[in-house]
Design a protein around this ligand. Structure first.
Ligand code: FES
Length: 233
């Protein structure tokens, strides 16, 4: 199988495509494919020219840490959760484009945390509200649980037509955290509503492509609806 990878040696150097040939087997994921390409001491491109190891990140290899987020055949996805058998004859892999490249497929996603720090969106001391077990309360709890699964992988920002790194729109990852933190930290709720409007609500065009690429299937539209309702009430 032909594998084209967009490479970049340092954050300041020019990027370039390099093509490799790989033997793929059964249920190989793109993460395994990258490992396979990096396996030998002598790494060569498709023309047998010696090259360097491909830089990429992973930790869990089971879709939990978000480190292996990249763009595979034009679609932002996790390499460990994307399987070669589901892709075309030729695979193209490039780093997420909305984040500064550090090396090859490794990008700097610290802006996600920086935006949360800037707006002070963190749970802090959790003071649980009076326990309710109504159907409505249980549904709300389910949604909080799902929203809390966010990996901060950046795939939702990569696909979003409104998100530009370093600008005032912070994207779906921020909207979900606003919802989650405002339900857990009631003292901060009104401040969070203000930041939600400034950094999400006033700019989101509801393309909702973020929902399609989210590896944890977080129903961001529900978080948006809940936040909008909080603002109106
Ligand atoms: S390596 Fe953790 S999500 Fe892929």
């Amino acid at each position: 199988m032909k594998v084209k990878i967009l490479r970049q040696v340092t954050p300041f150097s020019e990027s370039y495509w390099e093509t490799f040939r790989a033997e793929v087997t059964g249920n190989m994921s793109v993460a395994e494919l990258l490992d396979h390409l990096n396996y030998h001491d002598d790494i060569v491109d498709e023309n047998g020219r010696k090259t360097t190891r491909i830089g990429w990140e992973c930790s869990c290899l089971q879709g939990v840490c978000g480190a292996c987020a990249m763009v595979i055949n034009g679609v932002p996805a996790l390499a460990c959760e994307t399987f070669v058998k589901d892709l075309k004859e030729e695979i193209t892999i490039r780093p997420l484009q909305k984040f500064p490249v550090i090396h090859d497929l490794v990008v700097d996603r610290s802006i996600i945390q920086e935006n949360l720090k800037k707006t002070d969106i963190y749970i802090g001391e959790y003071k649980p509200a009076e326990k309710k077990s109504t159907t409505e309360a249980l549904k709300e709890h389910d949604h909080q649980y799902t929203a809390a699964k966010c990996l901060k992988c950046g795939l939702c920002l990569e696909i979003c037509p409104n998100y530009v790194n370093g600008k005032t729109f912070f994207g779906a990852v921020f909207a979900n955290d606003c919802y989650l933190v405002s339900t857990r930290n009631r003292e901060k709720a009104s401040e969070i509503r203000k930041y939600y409007g400034e950094h999400f609500g006033n700019t989101c065009s509801k393309a909702l492509s973020c929902v399609d690429v989210c590896p944890m299937k977080i129903p961001t539209l529900a978080s948006i609806a809940k936040m909008n309702r909080k603002i109106l009430t």
